[in-house]
Write a protein that binds this ligand. Structure first.
Ligand SMILES: NC(=O)c1ccc[n+]([C@@H]2O[C@H](COP(=O)([O-])OP(=O)(O)OC[C@H]3O[C@@H](n4cnc5c(N)ncnc54)[C@H](OP(=O)(O)O)[C@@H]3O)[C@@H](O)[C@H]2O)c1
Length: 299
């Protein structure tokens, strides 16, 4: 199988490249200075020349807070870039997988009450941030342009061996032996990008007649706050990292954290569609965390 991967230098893309080559798939993954997805001609030329079996678009502007001011740049990559890739895929009759986010949801019900039930694929989107809005537009392009040839994989709270991400950040703060303040009123399911990459490569081997449209993919288990997640990382690693035993995780409210981009207080994804497609449950987030911590040699 020949895969064209955009975003291969990123946290998730890196894992997809690694797992795909283990499966003996051919992966072509230009860096953004070679092919920028905001440039329609560059994308078109590559897709026509390469004629891949699958295109995976994992490229994105992911700086959620910076996006609040760099709106044009964010929409260029996440909306226009997605459109360019979708148009090239359609023109070449190639199946497309677009990676999207739980931040298309608001964490609130229609009557503005707090959401407490995991989101299904067909639930109404209502992004709070510029990043979420740009990814939502990216999704719309895939739906409108690709039809059955398009698969949108919505995932959440990624971490993995390639930094930067939340796990690497808290591990670094633990080594400084400090109090680490972490939000305890935003709930999600943390997802290990190593597992997600394997799932994406499983999905592209399911016939498009089954695997098209939107699918939610996150690790499983009971949902947690970022504070719970950081506390578990601390519990698992404190004896293995110099300085970490003196460190402490402290809960804070998101409203006291002062981040520029609003985030949903609840963005847990219901992944039962995925489980039925793959015929297996999602990997428990706690187990996934332990696999990742072992991989980066802190467990
Ligand atoms: N991180 C999360 O917690 C999270 C959660 C939910 C969903 N997602 C989604 O998952 C996907 C992967 O996220 P990630 O964390 O792996 O992202 P990442 O580490 O920030 O990597 C982003 C990738 O996109 C590439 N890129 C950015 N702008 C580009 C452009 N204009 N043209 C071509 N390539 C471009 C980057 O390449 P350069 O470095 O060369 O610019 C990099 O390879 C994204 O679609 C993201 O929206 C992420």
């Amino acid at each position: 199988m020949k895969i064209l991967l955009f975003g291969g230098s990123g946290q998730l893309g890196h894992e997809i490249r690694e797992k795909a080559s283990n499966l003996n798939f051919q992966v072509v993954s230009p860096i953004s200075s070679e092919v920028n997805i905001t440039n329609q001609q560059q994308v078109d030329f590559l897709v026509t020349q390469l004629n891949p079996d699958i295109i995976i678009n994992s490229a994105a502007y992911t700086a959620v807070d910076d996006a609040e001011v760099n709106t044009v740049e964010c929409f260029a990559t996440n909306s226009l870039g997605s459109k360019n890739v979708a148009l090239a895929a359609k023109k070449n009759n190639t199946r497309l997988v677009y990676i999207s986010t739980d931040y298309v949801f608001s964490g609130k019900n229609i009557d503005n009450s707090p959401r407490t039930i995991p989101y299904l694929e067909e639930d109404m989107v209502n992004p709070l941030s510029v990043y979420g809005a740009s990814k939502n537009e990216g999704e719309q392009h895939v739906v409108n342009i690709c039809g059955q040839e398009g698969l949108i994989v919505r995932t959440s709270s990624l971490y993995g061996k390639k930094s930067p991400n939340f796990v690497h950040t808290v591990l670094r703060l633990f080594t400084e032996g400090r109090e680490v303040s972490v939000v305890n009123d935003q709930f999600m399911l943390p997802t290990w990008s190593g597992w997600l990459a394997e799932v994406i490569l499983d999905l592209v081997r399911i016939p498009k007649e089954t695997a098209h449209g939107i699918v939610h993919v996150s690790c499983g288990g009971d949902y947690v706050s970022w504070y719970d997640f950081a506390s578990r990382i601390h519990e698992l690693t404190k004896n293995n990292i110099d300085g970490a035993i003196a460190s402490k995780v402290v809960p804070v409210l998101a409203s006291n954290f002062g981040r520029p981009a609003p985030r949903p207080n609840f963005s847990v994804l219901n992944c039962s569609k995925l489980s039925s497609w793959l015929n297996r449950p999602c990997l428990n987030w706690d187990l996934a965390l332990q696999y990742c911590l072992r991989e980066i040699n802190v467990l």
